[in-house]
Design a protein around this ligand. Structure first.
Ligand code: ADP
Ligand code: MG
Length: 319
């Protein structure tokens, strides 16, 4: 199969998606941004055996790749529109590609996001996805808006993806159902788009948790020139994590484990009523974990004592 057949068979995109004047097949895609909106753009590269196990089911690799990339749109409060795929493959295996493109399509339909272009090359397995979304001006959930006294929230549960990785590496022993739950959390992080959109005009700052809560909340604090104090006892941990992790793991995974792709955001106290209304209306799973204070950095208290993590605050490629 040559490069052009491969693109045509597996990555022909969705030429009838909203705003797509011209999709896959020409030198550029031509796209109509909804009138009066800002374009939100983000790109992620996932390298085999760095960001995911290369030998994993290609359907799951694709699901995860698109979900973690769209996570940045959710964290900005944007609505997904289009994406491009730059795919580097060791070889063109039709079975692998069939399964990969199926997973990609499944995640894309969940987000209502359309494939409009890409690039295909030979080399070590690497997936680069660029996502495009839109936002009303002034609606973006930036990192630099947290203020003193704001309440810090997270969505969903924390630490499950770190537990999933430990289970894959046989460092954690879990039963069949629990293993399936953790795999699902790692490979199919749930869409946070509805939460991000609902938080427009309510949250003062937001970020997606990709590298661990302490590190990512730290980015909000640095950008906003404030500090945060969170309480370990309030962190939302799944029953699977509670039931399987050691005491040390149950501390380090939620605080410093990467790959959760939940949202962390701050809400000013005078918007808490509006916030409760939307949280109830949509039945979002959101938990208050702490508060924004003066100073720098993120402090986590457990039984009133400051938690110190041996391994640092989260994932980094270059230390
Ligand atoms: P060019 O050489 O002009 O960059 P290519 O030959 O790389 O074009 O690609 C031809 C068309 O196929 C372009 O529209 C490009 O966006 C699209 N395309 C290439 N690879 C992919 C891919 N993996 N997924 C989606 N579209 C792709
Ligand atoms: Mg090209």
């Amino acid at each position: 199969m040559n490069e052009f057949e491969l693109i045509q068979q597996f990555f022909s995109g969705d030429p009838r998606a909203p705003g797509v004047e011209l999709g896959v097949g020409d030198d550029c895609a031509l796209l109509q941004i909804p009138q009066g909106q800002l374009l939100a753009v983000s790109v992620d590269t996932l390298v085999g055996d760095v960001h995911f196990p290369s030998q994993a089911d290609p359907e799951l690799i694709a699901e995860r790749a698109l979900r973690v990339t769209v996570s940045d749109l959710a964290a900005m409060g944007a609505e997904p529109l289009w994406y491009t795929l730059a795919l580097t493959l060791p070889d063109a295996d039709p079975h692998w590609l069939e399964s990969f493109s199926f997973g990609l399509g499944a995640a894309a339909s969940d987000f209502d996001i359309a494939l409009v272009g890409g690039d295909t090359t030979r080399g070590p397995l690497t997936i680069t996805l660029q996502v495009y979304g839109c936002l009303p001006p002034g609606g973006a959930l930036r990192r630099d808006g947290a203020g003193l006294g704001d309440i810090v929230f997270v969505s969903g549960s924390l630490g499950d993806s770190a537990a999933a990785l430990a289970a894959m590496k046989k460092e954690l022993v879990v039963g069949g159902d629990d293993s399936a739950y953790l795999q699902e959390r790692y490979y199919k992080p749930e869409s946070q788009i509805a939460i991000g959109k609902a938080l427009r005009g309510i949250a003062s700052a937001a970020i997606d948790i990709s590298d661990g809560l302490l590190q990512d909340l730290g980015h909000i604090c640095r950008a906003s020139d404030v500090a945060a104090v969170i309480e370990y006892e309030r962190l939302p941990l799944s029953s699977v994590l509670r039931g399987s992790a050691s005491e040390a793991q149950a501390i380090s995974w939620p605080l410093a484990g990467g790959d959760d792709y939940r949202l962390c955001f701050t809400v000013p106290r005078d918007r808490l009523d509006a916030f409760e209304n939307i949280a109830d209306r949509y039945s979002f799973d959101l938990t208050a974990i702490g508060e924004i204070v003066a100073g720098t950095g993120v402090t986590c208290l457990k039984d009133g004592q400051v938690v110190k993590l041996a391994a640092g605050q989260g994932f980094q490629h270059f230390r």
